[in-house]
Each structure stands twice: as C-alpha cells, then as structure tokens.
Ligand binder design. Structure first.
Ligand SMILES: [Zn+2]
Length: 275
C-alpha cells in the first residue's frame, strides 16, 4: 500500500493566525512548522503501522519548504520546494492507494473558520466550478480523483470537517480545533492532536473506502475565479484561453480537469503579480 500526503499548515492544532502562517513572521511561524512536521510524522507512522510500504509527503503550504526534513520519520519521502505542476497534489499518480490531506482549512467565505481562503488569500475572493463554490480540499481531491486516488482522511478544524462531510461523507476527519472566528479557536494540544490524527489514519487505511474518491465534473469543466481586486483580474485575463466576465471575474473552460486545475494556478499567479 502506497500512501500520498498533502500537507498544509492552517489546519494544524495550535495554528490560528497569520503569524503562524507566514514564513516572514518569525518565531510563531517557526513554532507552527514544527507542529506541522510532527502532525505529518504522526500520520506517516500510523500509515506504516497499518502496512504502508511507502509514504510520500508533499509540502503544500506557502513556500512549500515548511516541513523540517531533519525531523521527519526516516521512512518518509518528502516533495519540497516550488513551483510544481500539480501544486498541492504534485507527485500523485495511479500508483497510490490512498491520499491524506493534513492541516487543511475551509474554503473562502466560510464563517468562523480558521484562516479560510483558497491558495492565495489576498488574490482569490471565490473559486467556482460550475455553480459550486470550491476550496483547496475539493479542488485538490478532484485532482487526486483523476488518478483514481481516494482521499480517505483529512485533518483540520471543525469547519473543514463540515466541508469534507458534505463532499465525501466516508472520509475520516481528525478535528484538532474548533474555530471561534477566523483567527481564534479552542484547540487540542499537539500531543493529543497527533493521537487523534493517528487514530483517524488507522481507521481510514483499514477500510480504504472507494466512496472517498471525488470525481471531477463531466467536461466541459468551467472554472470561474473572482479576484479580490480588478487589477488582479486584468493580469489574470492575459492567460490565453481565459475570458473576462466582469470587473473581478475571469473564466477558463477546458475539457480536461487537470488542464483547468493548472490554468487555475496560472490565473492566480498572474493575478498575484498585479501591483
Ligand atoms: Zn496553506
């Protein structure tokens, strides 16, 4: 059994605000990345105990160099650095039996959810596929779905758990904190969070439910990105094949989900280059 891990930071126990999230923020970020690393270790060890022959971890937050490799379980392999074509799910392929999404967070616009956003919080207002608003969990889970890999387990706050339950009710979610606002929560201690995560991984890998596979929509796949500012949409609309819908919204339509997924990344990076 080969297990893929996509590792974010906002859903880690104890993480609540931008000082934990941003590498430039100093001591609080340094604490947060250590907490993130140990949640990855807890999940990886539980996966190996459950019979995994390989655990590949993709560092998927910000600079993608948060996880402290020197502190990782020696059996893990780490995907680190950026850019990567498939971003938060880079390196996933048909050879994996299951994916774990650790430290994840709710989609933008969710009430009382720790650090709700999608990919680039200062750039993205909302992301839609067809009529449905999306977040990192759903978009990344559909990319995993293209390769036939079910997301059997996730960890994060109670709002992430609600989002997962709506999309994939069979997926195990380790709730490590209960949000009181965007930047405040009642949280488990790191030690207890690691036990909670390990138990969820054990349960998830015992059953490997096929029901945890999230399929992308049938083609054509229509993505709409609503930017925070019009200048960001100006830049994003430079992408060939994209279409400006209104001041802040750019649409991209494609037949292949992974093409649209990559176009989404390109639109956001172009948008982020706006002054
Ligand atoms: Zn993140």
């Amino acid at each position: 059994m080969r297990v893929y891990v996509s590792s974010d930071i906002e859903g880690v126990a104890g993480v609540v605000n931008a000082e934990h999230q941003n590498p430039g923020a100093g001591i609080e970020y340094q604490r947060a990345r250590r907490l993130m690393t140990e949640e990855v270790n807890a999940a990886a060890r539980a996966a190996f105990d459950a019979g995994a022959s390989a655990v590949v971890v993709n560092d998927a937050h910000g600079p993608n160099t948060n996880v402290l490799i020197e502190d990782l379980d020696e059996r893990v392999q780490l995907i680190t650095g950026r850019p990567k074509a498939l971003h938060m799910v880079h390196g996933i392929d048909e050879g994996f039996d299951a994916a774990l999404f650790l430290g994840y967070h709710a989609r933008p616009g969710t009430a009382e959810a720790i650090l709700d956003h999608a990919y680039l919080g200062s750039v993205v207002d909302t992301l839609r596929l067809g009529e449905r608003e999306q977040g990192e969990f759903s978009l990344n889970a559909m990319a995993a779905g293209v390769f036939g890999v079910p997301v059997v387990m996730a960890s994060g706050d109670d709002k992430l758990a609600a989002e997962v339950a709506e999309l994939l009710p069979a997926t195990e979610v380790a709730v490590v904190k209960w949000a009181a606002s965007r930047t405040a929560a009642r949280t488990l201690t790191p030690a207890t969070a690691r036990v909670t995560i390990a138990s969820a991984v054990t349960r998830a890998l015992r059953s490997l439910p096929a029901a945890c596979l999230l399929r992308p929509p049938e083609p054509p796949v229509t993505l709409e990105v609503r930017f925070v500012r019009t200048s960001q949409a100006d830049h994003a609309a430079l992408l060939p094949g994209s279409e400006r819908l209104d001041g802040r919204t750019v649409r991209y339509v494609g037949d292949d989900y992974l093409e649209v997924f990559r176009a989404c990344r390109a639109l956001l990076l172009l948008g982020s280059s706006a002054a």
